[in-house]
Write a protein that binds this ligand. Structure first.
Ligand code: PSU
Ligand code: MN
Length: 341
């Protein structure tokens, strides 16, 4: 009998599912570990609407209750207002959910639940499934899962990046590496200046990620403020141009992630400078208290401390910019879906 070299044998648990859609392949490969909502499945299989992935680490670890829940719902409805379908992603009892019901979202937002939930990045998937936990997915975790089912657009507030002092701590968010390996459009308001934004842009360049500001200049926004002092590599004027750029990238033989940075709406610009002072203070305190060496706890700690120091002002800006990103991302997904027909 012919003996195949071991490398020709299918890997354990992997099934051959050629000729199927990305979603159908994912369902076959992940089995009952993957739950896709009916609405998201319909949109992906028929191409009836664009689909926008949403993260949930912001729900479990990024915002206080009940704002986390209210904001997640308003972001979903703003995406629907652009005729796109939101696909909020999380792990519930160790199963991957793409598209959450309101009660599932409320469960994840509940402080009693999310105190026990993990913040799931790429490295955490197997152990999250293994220990059957609830988890909010980070930008990296969400992109990775969204890509599995064929979602091309993802909306968040701010991406993780290179932390200040990373030349000693090596604290560089897995979000950057995920952007380097997972081709899709990611819509954000830049990154928080709790990070070293200059180094963050350098690492994105190294990883092959084009950074495009959607606006009137190539200023790279700093989350609460429209300008960081650093420049994006490109800019486009609106969501429709962004969709064309994304369509171009995803249809090349060498597809790459496109990071879209949307400046926070104008009425929040003045606040931005006040909040910036709180950011500087929070970063100083994190160094003084040694929190800057605590790995994945660093980002949630800084977010919470900026919230306390600004007595809620930062939270209001945060909501406004995510809602703005949702509207733009909803438009990009709708336009991309038209381009794909
Ligand atoms: N930045 C924010 N708000 C957030 C996050 C980042 O302004 O909620 C969350 C996102 O989920 C992001 C994650 O993917 O923190 C990055 O965490 P880390 O730095 O540990 O990779
Ligand atoms: Mn980190």
């Amino acid at each position: 009998a012919l003996k195949l070299h071991s490398s020709f044998r299918p890997k354990a648990g992997f099934r051959h599912v050629a000729g199927l859609s990305t979603l159908a392949k994912a369902k076959a490969n992940w089995g009952d570990r993957l739950v896709v909502s009916e609405e998201v499945e319909h949109a992906l299989e028929t191409g009836s609407s664009g689909v926008v992935a949403l993260e949930t680490a912001i729900v479990t670890h990024g915002m206080p209750h009940p704002t986390n829940y209210d904001c997640a719902l308003s972001v979903e409805s703003l995406i629907r207002a652009q005729s796109s379908i939101p696909a909020t992603i999380a792990l519930l009892s160790g199963r991957i959910h793409i598209g959450l019901s309101q009660s599932q979202l409320a469960h994840l937002a509940d402080p009693a639940i999310n105190a026990k939930s993990i913040k799931l990045s790429r490295r955490d998937l197997a152990r999250g499934i293994y220990s059957k936990v609830d988890a909010g997915t980070t930008v990296a975790g969400t992109m990775m899962l969204a890509r599995q089912v064929g979602i091309d657009v993802f909306v968040t507030g701010g991406i993780g990046g290179v932390h200040r002092g990373a030349e000693r701590s090596m604290d560089i968010s897995a979000d950057l590496h995920e952007l380097g390996r997972t081709p899709m459009g990611v819509v954000c308001a830049g990154a928080k200046s709790i990070l070293d934004l200059g180094l963050t842009l350098e690492v994105l360049e190294t990883l092959g990620v084009n950074v495009t500001t959607i606006g009137t200049s190539n200023d790279f926004p700093a989350f609460y403020s429209p300008k960081s002092g650093f420049k994006s590599s490109f800019f486009v004027r609106n969501a429709s141009e962004a969709a064309s750029l994304l369509h171009t990238s995803l249809n090349l033989p060498t597809p790459q992630a496109q990071l879209f940075a949307c400046p926070i709406p104008e009425e929040y610009h003045a606040q931005g400078e006040v909040i910036q002072q709180a950011v500087e203070q929070a970063v100083r305190e994190s160094v003084d208290q040694g929190v800057d060496k605590k790995g994945k706890e660093v980002t949630p700690w800084l977010l919470k401390r900026v919230g306390e120091l600004t007595q809620g002002k930062a939270l209001k800006s945060n909501i406004a910019l995510i809602e703005n990103n949702a509207t733009i991302g909803g438009r990009i997904a709708a336009e991309l879906n038209r381009l794909k027909q």
